[in-house]
Design a protein around this ligand. Structure first.
Ligand SMILES: *Cc1c(COP(=O)(O)O)cnc(C)c1O
Length: 493
């Protein structure tokens, strides 16, 4: 819908002298800041937009209408687990008993909040098969960094200082090598087999006394279950390294199997994916880190502990690693995750993962007639197509044909969020679909119908697909220019 507010910045709607607030008179009878001494007043006014309340309301409402979220429609963004976030979680996180807490108030006055924190630590330990968890990290990548710091500190404390390398599969999420580099570790890449899993033969020669550990994602970013983990864990442990599990993709494993039982020593979970707390556009997040028995002392401060008298306390006893966050991380996200855990319960949690796997396989099997499936077989929560099949105009060597980007753009016209594209890097035209368990069969069938329709369009009228989207607020954006020539502030003059 187009109107005068549409597509404008609030600065463009600004008119000199328009105002959307009134400031009460102060005790001197003066309005606003007149009674403030000159010494604390600005010398020149801030260049803020001047707008009446109605303009501001319309501006933000129009903007929110142009947004797309899980509450708007299907959001099959692979690797991101955009499942529906039940509203009860929001209600719980909004309770004044939580929102009015101060992080520095005495623990004796916040026992309920600490109990929630402690119980979440225990629940995650149970789900993951780990000894202890910290909920302090703010995101998956922050959890990776924290977990790698645990591994590095573990080696350093043993005086084993030559372990400076970490093995990362070529299919890994980009945050894995990035976190390792921030942690000061050198990245050694291990290749995948044509079946998409870690190549054990490629791994063997990489192992030695300079290896701090290995990072693995399971199911990996292709949505494939890594079947050789026990063998890999044995090899890495024999060479003195630790196994790190990127648990951002834990969703399909919930209640079915546990990383701790497979030989992983350190891991993170993304509460904002698997445990159904809202995310997107960069946050908010929470990336709790779990460790196996023997590594608890390397977790960051503070910890929430349960004392023998049943009360909860905040401790700063771990001197090895220090803190990775002020206070307790994203507490409101942890409330949401706890509400989710309790409302699903043990049985519900165990069903979620299986349904996520069923939904992904349902779409994969329905669409492989039109899209190229490079790796056949059962997937877990997600899978990757390598673009359109050649019969539908797909061509991996020629961008004049309909590409994955074109398919993703055309999907927007049909009211779906695009899947993840061009990741993982193992395929040229990667199109990565993760439906999650919260979508109904009706939605999956709609999506399948539309994806097939786009394939037919690509065959009959490729130019039309290449010119999409046709019905979105903005048409195809110049991605390259957006990166090279980014404008981050309003240009007044
Ligand atoms: C999402 C994701 C991450 C990173 O999590 P953030 O919270 O975005 O930092 C890491 N690994 C995998 C496999 C992921 O899917």
């Amino acid at each position: 819908m187009n109107n005068v507010y549409y597509g404008k910045l609030i600065f463009e709607l600004s008119r000199p002298g328009r105002i959307g607030y009134s400031i009460p008179k102060d005790h001197t009878g003066e309005e606003g800041f007149a009674a403030l001494p000159d010494s604390v007043l600005r010398k020149s006014p801030l260049r803020l937009p001047e707008a009446d309340e109605q303009t501001v309301a319309r501006h933000y409402t129009n903007m929110s209408n142009n947004n797309f979220g899980v509450d708007t429609g299907f959001y099959p963004l692979g690797s991101c687990t955009m499942k529906y976030n039940p509203k009860i979680n929001e209600e719980m996180a909004s309770l004044p008993a939580f929102t009015q807490l101060h992080p520095a108030q005495p623990a004796s006055t916040a026992q309920g909040a600490l109990a929630l924190y402690y119980e979440t630590q225990r629940a995650l330990s149970e789900v993951a098969g780990m000894e202890a968890f910290t909920l302090n990290p703010f995101a998956g990548a922050h959890g990776e960094l924290t977990g790698l710091m645990v591994i590095r500190t573990y080696h350093e404390r043993r005086g084993d200082t030559k372990r400076t390398k970490i093995i990362v599969p070529d299919s890994a999420h980009g945050t894995n090598p990035a976190s390792a580099a921030v942690c000061g570790l050198q990245i050694v890449e291990v290749k995948s087999t044509p079946q998409g899993t870690v190549d054990v033969e490629d791994l063997k020669p990489l192992l030695g006394d300079d290896i701090a550990g290995m990072m693995m994602t399971n199911p990996n970013t292709l949505g494939i279950f890594e079947t050789k983990i026990p063998e890999i864990a044995k090899l890495v442990h024999e060479c003195g390294g630790l196994m790190y599990y990127d648990g951002a993709n834990l969703n399909p494993m919930l209640g079915v199997c546990r990383p701790g039982d497979m030989g992983f020593d350190v891991m993170h979970i993304n509460l904002h994916k698997t445990f159904s707390t809202p995310h997107g556009g960069g946050g908010p997040g929470s990336g709790p880190v779990g460790v196996r028995k023997g590594l608890e002392d390397y977790l960051p401060n503070p910890q929430v502990v349960k004392k023998s008298d049943g009360t909860f306390a905040i401790e700063y006893g771990n001197e090895a690693l220090g803190s990775v966050s002020p206070h307790f991380g994203n507490y409101a996200i942890i409330i949401r995750a706890y509400a989710y855990l309790l409302s699903l319960g043990r049985d519900g949690i165990a069903r979620a993962g299986k349904l996520a796997v069923l939904n992904a396989n349902y779409i994969k099997e329905a669409l492989k007639s039109h899209y190229l499936l490079p790796i056949e077989g059962l997937c877990k929560h997600e899978f990757v197509f390598d673009g359109l099949r050649p019969e539908y105009g797909g061509d991996h060597h020629d961008d004049a044909h309909v590409t994955t980007l074109d398919v993703a753009k055309r999907l927007l016209d049909y009211g779906f969020h695009a899947p993840t594209i061009y990741f993982p890097l193992l395929f040229h035209e990667a199109l990565m679909i993760e439906p999650t368990e919260t979508e109904s069969k009706d939605t999956l069938d709609d999506f399948i119908t539309v994806m097939k329709k786009i394939a037919e369009e690509a065959k009959s009228d490729p130019a039309f697909v290449k010119a999409s989207p046709h019905s979105t607020p903005v048409r195809r954006l110049d991605d390259v220019r957006a990166v090279k020539d980014a404008i981050f502030r309003f240009q007044f003059d």
